[in-house]
Ligand binder design. Structure first.
Ligand SMILES: Cc1cc2nc3c(=O)[nH]c(=O)nc-3n(C[C@H](O)[C@H](O)[C@H](O)COP(=O)(O)OP(=O)(O)OC[C@H]3O[C@@H](n4cnc5c(N)ncnc54)[C@H](O)[C@@H]3O)c2cc1C
Length: 387
């Protein structure tokens, strides 16, 4: 049986894989095979749960700001081209003690990059958005040019655009279990059902399976997988999308939560960003409610900061793939094999810009300077880096 061959293989047609394929469908001439173990969008990775926050005044570091700016421009372009609503400009308020590192970094990022940010005391904040209950020790910074991305709608939109390209093919149900160097160069991906796909260059963006696939090639990546929960609550009109922004909330104990207004009647949504239960690659995630803290962890913060929120409607689980420093891992550890992973629970907002950057890297073999922050060399002093 001959192995079908294309210029590029993209393993993992999720957020980053489809974003890259969408860029390649619009630029260049290359043939591309996309492989996914499931049929995206789906609930087995990191891209479900309806919504994702987009912030530009970045609490995780000011180096992300140019990428966030580019991403927002590309989201608006995608929205215009598709005619669909993909971004809801609710603004985002970051709330916490003024000395919390995340809050300080949001303000520093805004200052360095000239982003508009309203600084508010706890009581000013609660007056502006009466759904909050905050004391005077808390502080808020509101970013106008921020909001909510409809994550699954975006993946469906990319998939439809990609499937219209005669140069790009998507194979679903294609779980890659091994990568091998090709006899004449390039790479061959072998799937659980025996299918094989060859290409000159590969983008491996398969979430939880990046680390095990690379370990078999002698490259140990410091990626861990954690189970995360989030939930939707019944609420009154104070929390409706027209009146309430997206938010992050750093509590005085340092826990970080994030949340969304009630969008299209779905309810007020909240999740916790730090912590989570460690999982092995391939391990099934227990459903929401199966872990003893699932409900109480969210309920206590709802009761404290949003006392007029009503009953829990339903919850869900999703996964983060984390790096030790929670910055992304994007590099080419072996020639012609680019990895993009470790998005550590904050990658989706950048997917439009990362799809462009990864497309350029695959197609023109040029790494954009914005990706320098995410190289593997920063882990070289850690155990578990490239052998
Ligand atoms: C609860 C939650 C809340 C979040 N909130 C935000 C937010 O507010 N803002 C933000 O910017 N980001 C947020 N994120 C993070 C963001 O969603 C992720 O960083 C992003 O979706 C990761 O993209 P990805 O392409 O790496 O993974 P995915 O989108 O999961 O794609 C990986 C794909 O690889 C496929 N795959 C896996 N293994 C294989 C294999 N062996 N062979 C073939 N295919 C395979 C999977 O089926 C999947 O389709 C959140 C994440 C979660 C879980």
């Amino acid at each position: 049986m001959t192995t079908p061959s294309t210029d590029y293989l993209i393993i993992g047609a999720g957020s980053m894989g489809l974003a890259t394929a969408d860029w390649l469908a619009r630029h260049g001439e290359a043939s591309v095979q996309l492989l996914d173990a499931h049929s995206p969008p789906h609930e087995h990775g990191a891209h479900h749960g309806e919504t994702r926050l987009l912030r530009q005044a970045y609490g995780e570091g000011s180096s992300y700001v140019p990428l966030a700016r580019r991403a927002l421009r590309l989201w608006k372009q995608l929205e215009q081209e598709s005619g669909e609503t993909l971004f809801l400009p609710t603004g985002v308020v970051n709330v916490g003690p003024p000395e919390a590192p995340f809050i300080e970094q949001v303000e520093a990022s805004a200052r360095q990059h000239g982003l508009a940010l309203d600084s508010l005391s706890g009581d000013q904040l609660a007056r502006r958005w009466p759904g909050w209950s905050l004391d005077t020790s808390m502080h808020g910074c509101f970013e106008h040019d921020a909001g909510v991305l409809y994550v699954e709608r975006i993946l469906a939109c990319w998939r439809a655009r990609v499937e219209r390209s005669p140069r790009i093919a998507l194979a679903t149900g294609a779980q890659v279990i091994r990568l091998e160097a090709g006899a004449q160069g390039g790479w061959v991906a072998i799937c659980a059902d025996g299918r094989r796909f060859a290409a000159e260059r590969v983008l491996l963006c398969a979430g939880q399976h990046i680390a095990p696939l690379m370990a078999e090639l002698g490259v140990d990546l410091p990626l861990t997988r954690v189970r995360k929960t989030f939930a939707w609550y019944a609420c009154d009109s104070r929390y409706a999308q027209a009146h309430f922004p997206g938010f992050s909330l750093t509590t005085p104990s340092g826990a970080i939560y994030y949340g969304f207004p009630d969008i299209e009647g779905a309810g007020f949504k909240i999740g916790r960003h730090d912590s989570g239960q460690p999982l092995e690659p391939g391990e099934t995630m227990a459903a929401f409610g199966k872990h003893e803290d699932d409900v109480s962890e969210l309920q206590q913060v709802v009761d404290r900061y949003f006392p007029s929120i009503k009953a829990l409607r339903h919850g869900a689980v999703c996964q983060y793939i984390r790096t030790p420093d929670e910055h992304f891992l994007i590099d080419e550890p072996l020639p012609g094999l680019i990895v993009a992973g470790g998005f550590s629970g904050h990658g989706f907002k950048f997917a439009s810009a990362l799809g462009e950057a990864l497309g350029i890297w695959l197609d023109q073999q040029r790494r954009l300077p914005e990706l320098a922050l995410f190289g593997l060399a920063r882990f070289s002093s850690l155990e578990g880096s490239v052998k």
